[in-house]
Design a protein around this ligand. Structure first.
Ligand code: ATP
Ligand code: MG
Length: 654
C-alpha cells in the first residue's frame, strides 16, 4: 500500500490501487493504424505546427494568419483570420469528393423502424433546413435551442444552424421545464427546434408539452419548429410550425457561407454533476480541427469500411463531438439509435451491433456496469465479431468493468480506449491510441499528441510518478472552451484561478509508476480520512471488484474521530441478497484490497444510485444524505424518486 506516512492534508491523493495488467495493441491494427508513435514526437517538437498540420484535414475558405493567439490569456483564439463553414466540412466536401452515396447514418428507431441516409441525402436535408431557418428569421450569431429525441433531424438541425452561422444550444430531450427554460433564457434563443416526442422504453414520450410550458417562460423565443415523430396529438400555438412544412417546402439550393474561425458554433451546458450547469461556448475552426483529428486518431476510423457507433445522446458533448462533428467531418458511416438499451429486450445493443456489423463502439461506464449486472449470457447470444475498437467516456471506468468490456464484448481482441475529456475541453484530451498504446485496465493513460496534461500538487508542481493530485492542462488546445456564455468571470474563477497559467479541470488524478494517468473522480469528492486524501474512485473500484457488487458510489461524511469517514452506497449484482454478513464482508474486502485506511464506516445496499441524465453518479446528493442535509440542485437528476428511497434506507439503518 502506498499511503504516505504523514501527508500534508490536501497535498497528495493517496495511491491505493495497483494494476499491473497490460494489453499490447493487436499487430494487425498497429500495422495499419491511422496514427503512430511519430505523432507524439512531432507534437513535442512543435505543438503549434502539429495542430496547424491537423487543421489541414479541413477545407478552409480563407487561410489563417496565426495558429494561436494567446495574447490575452486565458481567452484563446485559434487559426485567426481563417474562414470556414463547419457544415460544409461535414457534408459538402464529401459529396464533392464523390462519396455522396456513402451511408452517413443508419438510423434505428426504438420500435424497430429504420432509415438509411447517405451523405448526399443528408446534405440536401441540411440545405433545406438552412433555407427554412433563414426564412424564419434566424441570422448568423442568433441562438437556436434544440430539444429533440435521437432522430436524424437532431443532427440535421445542428448542421443547419452551423451552416448559417447560428449558434445552437442543444438541451437533452429528457430535461424538465425548469432546465429547458433556464437554458433557453440564459442563451436568449430566438427559435426552438423540437419534436412531438420520441420513443423510449416502449412508449411515446412527449416533448412538445415541456416546450410549450418553457416557451411561455421565455420571451426571446419567436418560433418553434416541430418534427413529427410519434404522431401523437400536440397542442399548437401561433409560434409553432411543422418541420415537414417549412423544411419540406424549402429549396434544395443553398450555398454555405464561410465564417471566421472563432465564430461561435454552439453553447452546451455541463452535466450538472457538481453544481449548477455552466453554458460552455465553443467556436468553429479549432473545435472542428480537434474533434476531427481525435476521432481519426483515437478510433482509428477507416471511413470506407468502419461502422461506428457512439451510444451517447446528442444532448451531451459526446453526441456533439463524436456523433455529429468528429465523425461527419471524417466522412464516417455511423449507427444512430433512438431508444434505451433494454427495449424491447436487454440484448438490444448487441443485436444492433450484429445487424449493422458495427466495428467501433463508444459508450459510458454506467452502461457497461449495467450490462455486467444483467449478465454475460445476454451478449453471448449475438455475433459481436465485427467489433475492433471499444471506447469509454464519462466517468472513471473501474478496472473490473474495463476487463469485462474487453473480454465479454470485445472477445479479448479489441483495444479499449478510455477517453478523458469534458464539455469544456470539446474533444478528447487523454486516451490511449489503439495502434500504439499498451493498455492498462482503468487508466486513460496519456495525453494525446499536442495536449499537455499534468498532475500537480497544491502549489502547482508536477507530482512524480507514483504521486497524486490535481489534473491540469498546461497549454491551450484548439477545441478548448472560449468562455462561459455571458459570464467571463465564472470562466476565470472556475478554471483559471486555482493555478496560475494552468487550466484546472476539477478532477483528481494520479500518475502511476509507469507514468500512466489515472482519473480519480472530482476534486470536490475527494475524502480526507485521518489526514489521508482518498479518492472515491479507488474505493468504488475496490467494491466493484467484489463478485456481488454491480455498482458503488462512495462519499466522505463528517466524522468526529477521523474528520471524514467513508460511506458507501452499493447496488448488488443479479439476485444477490444484502444483509449484515455481506456488508461486513464488503468492508473487509475494501480493507484488504486498498488498506485499512480505506475501510468504509458504513455500507448501504440500495436499489439505485442518483445519476445525472447522462448517467453519472451525483455524489454530492449522497453526501447531503450521509450528512443529513437538504438536497442541493436536483434539476439534472434522472429519477427524483431515487433520493427518497435512499434517504429512507439511510434513516432505517441508523
Ligand atoms: P458539471 O461540470 O456541471 O459538474 P460534468 O463535469 O459531469 O458536470 P461533463 O463535462 O459532461 O459534465 O463531464 C466531464 C467530467 O466527466 C470530467 O471532468 C470527469 O470528471 C468525468 N469524465 C469524463 N470522462 C472520463 C474518463 N474517461 N475518466 C474519468 N472521468 C471522466
Ligand atoms: Mg465538469
Amino acid at each position: 500500500m502506498a499511503v504516505n506516512d504523514s501527508p500534508k492534508p490536501q497535498e497528495t491523493l493517496a495511491n491505493l490501487l495497483t494494476e499491473t495488467r497490460h494489453f499490447a495493441p493487436p499487430a494487425e491494427l498497429a500495422a495499419h493504424a491511422n496514427v503512430t508513435a511519430d505523432a507524439y514526437r512531432e507534437a513535442a517538437d512543435d505543438r503549434l505546427a502539429f495542430w496547424a498540420a491537423q487543421a489541414q484535414r479541413l477545407d478552409w475558405a480563407a487561410p489563417w494568419d496565426r495558429v494561436l493567439d494567446w495574447d490575452n490569456p486565458p481567452f484563446a483564439k485559434w487559426f485567426t483570420g481563417g474562414r470556414l463553414n463547419v457544415a460544409y466540412n461535414c457534408l459538402d466536401r464529401h459529396v464533392l469528393a464523390g462519396h455522396g452515396d456513402r451511408v452517413a447514418i443508419h438510423w434505428e428507431g426504438e420500435p424497430g423502424d429504420t432509415r438509411t441516409i447517405t451523405y448526399a441525402e443528408l446534405l440536401t436535408e441540411v440545405k433545406k433546413a438552412a433555407n427554412a431557418l433563414t426564412a424564419l428569421g434566424v441570422r448568423a450569431g442568433d441562438r437556436v435551442a434544440i430539444y429533440m429525441p435521437m432522430i436524424p433531424e437532431a443532427a440535421m438541425a445542428m448542421l443547419a444552424c452551423a451552416r448559417i452561422g447560428a449558434t445552437h444550444s442543444v438541451v437533452f430531450g429528457g430535461f424538465s421545464v425548469d432546465a429547458l427554460s433556464g437554458r433557453i433564457n440564459d442563451a436568449e434563443a430566438k427559435l426552438v427546434i423540437t419534436a412531438d416526442g420520441g420513443f423510449r422504453r416502449g412508449k411515446a414520450n412527449a416533448l412538445k408539452p415541456t416546450v410549450d410550458e418553457s416557451v411561455a417562460l421565455c420571451p426571446s423565443v419567436e418560433k418553434v419548429v416541430v418534427v413529427r415523430r410519434t404522431s401523437e396529438d400536440v397542442a399548437w400555438t401561433d409560434k409553432d410550425v411543422w418541420w415537414h412544412d417549412v423544411v419540406g417546402g424549402a429549396s434544395e439550393e443553398h450555398e454555405a457561407e464561410a465564417f471566421d474561425s472563432e465564430h461561435p458554433l454552439f453553447i452546451l451546458y455541463t452535466s450538472g454533476t457538481t453544481a449548477k450547469p455552466k453554458g460552455i461556448l465553443h467556436t468553429s475552426g479549432g473545435y472542428l480541427t480537434q474533434v476531427s483529428y481525435t476521432h481519426h486518431a483515437v478510433f482509428d476510423l477507416k471511413p470506407e469500411t468502419d461502422v461506428y457507433w457512439c451510444g451517447a445522446d446528442i444532448g451531451w458533448v459526446t453526441g456533439h463531438s463524436y456523433i455529429v462533428y468528429g465523425p461527419m467531418s471524417n466522412g464516417a458511416t455511423q449507427l444512430m439509435y433512438e431508444g434505451t438499451p433494454d427495449t424491447p429486450h436487454r440484448g438490444r445493443y448487441w443485436e444492433l451491433i450484429e445487424k449493422y456489423k458495427v466495428t467501433i463502439l463508444y459508450t459510458a461506464p454506467t452502461a457497461i456496469r449495467t450490462f455486467m449486472k444483467w449478465g454475460d449470457d445476454i451478449p453471448a447470444r449475438f455475433d459481436l465479431s465485427s467489433l475492433r475498437i471499444l471506447g469509454s467516456v464519462g466517468e472513471p471506468i473501474n478496472p473490473e468493468a474495463w476487463m469485462w468490456y474487453r473480454e465479454t464484448i470485445g472477445g479479448g481482441r479489441c483495444p479499449v480506449v478510455d477517453t478523458w475529456w469534458q464539455t469544456e475541453t470539446g474533444g478528447i484530451m487523454i486516451s490511449p491510441l489503439p495502434g500504439v498504446t499498451s493498455t492498462t485496465p482503468g487508466s486513460a493513460q496519456h495525453a494525446l499528441p499536442g495536449i499537455s496534461a499534468d498532475v500537480v500538487d497544491d502549489e502547482g508542481n508536477s507530482v512524480p510518478n507514483g504521486g497524486g493530485g490535481y489534473l491540469v492542462l498546461r497549454d491551450p488546445w484548439p477545441s478548448m472552451l472560449r468562455t462561459v456564455w455571458g459570464d467571463d468571470q465564472r470562466f476565470l474563477d472556475t478554471y483559471w484561478s486555482k493555478f496560475k497559467g494552468m487550466y484546472f479541470a476539477g478532477d483528481g488524478a494520479k500518475r502511476d509508476d509507469e507514468g500512466n494517468i489515472w482519473l480519480l473522480g472530482r476534486v470536490d469528492d475527494v475524502m480526507l480520512v485521518s489526514g489521508h486524501n482518498i479518492s472515491t474512485t479507488e474505493v468504488e473500484s475496490a467494491l466493484v471488484s467484489h463478485p456481488s457488487v454491480a455498482e458503488a458510489a462512495v462519499v466522505g461524511a463528517t466524522d468526529p474521530v477521523t474528520g471524514q469517514a467513508i460511506v458507501a452506497f452499493t447496488i448488488l449484482r443479479g439476485e444477490t441478497e444484502g444483509g449484515d454478513e455481506l456488508v461486513s464482508e464488503l468492508r473487509n474486502h475494501v480493507a484488504k484490497t486498498l488498506g485499512p485506511i480505506a475501510k468504509p464506516r458504513q455500507i448501504m445496499v440500495v436499489p439505485e444510485l442518483p445519476k445525472t441524465r447522462s448517467g453519472k453518479i451525483m455524489r454530492r446528493l449522497l453526501r447531503d444524505v450521509a450528512e443529513n442535509r437538504s438536497l442541493g440542485d436536483v434539476t439534472t437528476l434522472q429519477d427524483s424518486t431515487v433520493m427518497q428511497l435512499i434517504s429512507d434506507g439511510m434513516a432505517k439503518s441508523k
